[in-house]
Design a protein around this ligand. Structure first.
Ligand SMILES: Cc1cc2nc3c(=O)[nH]c(=O)nc-3n(C[C@H](O)[C@H](O)[C@H](O)COP(=O)(O)OP(=O)(O)OC[C@H]3O[C@@H](n4cnc5c(N)ncnc54)[C@H](O)[C@@H]3O)c2cc1C
Length: 382
């Protein structure tokens, strides 16, 4: 046993737990996860809608999703608990012909990677998904392999296996400081302890910027509230329907058992750590969804919740080491995709820390893309 942990991970959400698991599987010993809350997955991970889709505009994000989908499909075998994955499909609709045109490039790339996504003409969308009422519908992108999983089950699977492999998870430990010396990390401090280490992983989700700041790193990740609502049992929509998203308004709906789950990304929402649900958010979502899914007129909202997206400037995650600070790694800024991308993130973090070549090109996820202006915005964001 070494004198201090080989790796300290800050945050016991999906990303921190996945990283801990893959590191332990890689053979790392003395991994410590520090979490400020009393248990795991109390941040964004416990408030996620669980969507998994393969359609992204950069190949690395597609491959991250493919890895996540594969892990979720055989989760039972590896983790002894089902990830609850249901392959309902994803349907992205738009009334803008220019959006359909812009999707053609990414579609070709997706096909090269074996993703069976397809563009559907407006008539076909109306025929197959008659609950959509968009008079100017231009078409849709359909992902038949996509679906929805259970983030709580996945987080539980990761923490249980990680612990079995020797990972220590310490709750009620808020990281308040990161010590560095000669351009490398040396220790993490909390109100209770000082832990020396040579490797720190920032997996602090919406609080990632504050944690990076402790190490003197400027990380452009901001928290934004996202609200989700669920109706009572509702039979006026098909029992089997894809996760259906309107790219023009960012509003979406899908089946949640006999109920319907609704949400949207409100462009007027300021960055904050507010996770209250309120009437304004509900009214905005309902008034945005109703015009294109009028069948929902008779639905009753039964419950709702809000959580934080951790958003980067180009809606793409920031994953990897930080230039100029040896031993400090980021796994942040998932911009609404951190459930589906947590498995691949954990794997590449373990590969990076082990000094191996990551199984996916991490170019699009480099922090330095914001300095060298090579960042390109993800087109498919909700
Ligand atoms: C409403 C909603 C719907 C979503 N839907 C989807 C979806 O359909 N598909 C999808 O892929 N993603 C979705 N997401 C995004 C996804 O949930 C997140 O990207 C993901 O959970 C991020 O995981 P994380 O581990 O990075 O962050 P978190 O789960 O927030 O974990 C970070 C942890 O760090 C801890 N922490 C912070 N600061 C400190 C500190 N100083 N010391 C110690 N601990 C600290 C926090 O307490 C927290 O537990 C959704 C998010 C929301 C809010």
């Amino acid at each position: 046993m070494s004198a201090f942990p080989q790796v300290v991970i800050i945050g016991a959400g999906l990303v921190g737990l996945s990283t801990a698991y893959y590191l332990a599987r890689e053979g790392f010993k003395d991994i410590v996860v520090l979490e400020r809350e009393a248990t795991h997955a109390q941040g964004s991970s416990g408030r996620s809608a669980g969507g998994v889709r393969l359609e992204f505009s950069n190949p690395s994000s597609v491959r991250f999703s493919q890895f996540g989908l594969d892990v979720f499909q055989r989760f039972q075998d590896e983790f002894g608990i089902s990830a609850g994955f249901k392959p309902c499909g994803y349907l992205f609709v738009t009334s803008r012909p220019a959006t359909i045109e812009a999707l053609r490039g990414p579609l070709a790339m997706q096909h090269q990677l074996g993703v069976p996504s397809e563009l559907l003409a407006a008539d076909e969308v109306r025929r197959r998904f008659s609950y959509i009422d968009l008079p100017d519908l231009a078409g849709a992108l359909y992902g038949p392999q996509d679906g929805v999983g259970d983030p709580a089950a996945v987080a539980y699977g990761y923490i249980r296996r990680a612990r079995e492999l020797g990972v220590t998870v310490r709750f009620g430990e808020t990281v308040t400081g990161i010590e560095t010396e000669d351009g490398r990390v040396t220790a993490v401090t909390t109100p209770h302890s000082r832990i020396e280490t040579r490797v720190i992983v920032n997996a602090a989700g919406p609080q990632a910027r504050a944690v990076a700041h402790m190490a003197g790193v400027d990380l452009p990740v901001l928290p934004y509230r996202r609200s989700v609502y669920v109706t009572g049992a509702f039979d006026a929509l098909p029992t089997a329907m894809p996760m259906t998203l309107d790219l023009d308004t960012t509003s979406y709906l899908r089946r949640e058992g006999r109920s319907i789950l609704l949400g949207m990304s409100d462009p007027d929402e300021p960055s904050s750590e507010n996770v209250e649900t309120d009437r304004d958010a509900l009214e905005k979502i309902v008034s945005t969804v109703l015009p294109w899914v009028p069948a929902l007129e008779t639905a009753a909202i039964m419950r709702g919740w809000a959580g934080l997206y951790e958003v980067s400037p180009d809606d793409t995650a920031i994953i990897g080491p930080v230039d100029g600070l040896e031993g400090f790694y980021c796994a942040n800024g998932f911009s609404g995709h951190g459930f589906m991308h947590a498995p691949a993130t954990g794997r590449v973090m373990a590969e990076l820390i082990a000094g191996e070549e990551p199984f996916v090109d991490l170019g699009p996820f480099r922090l330095s893309r914001f300095q060298d202006r090579s960042a390109t915005r993800e087109q498919l964001v909700i």
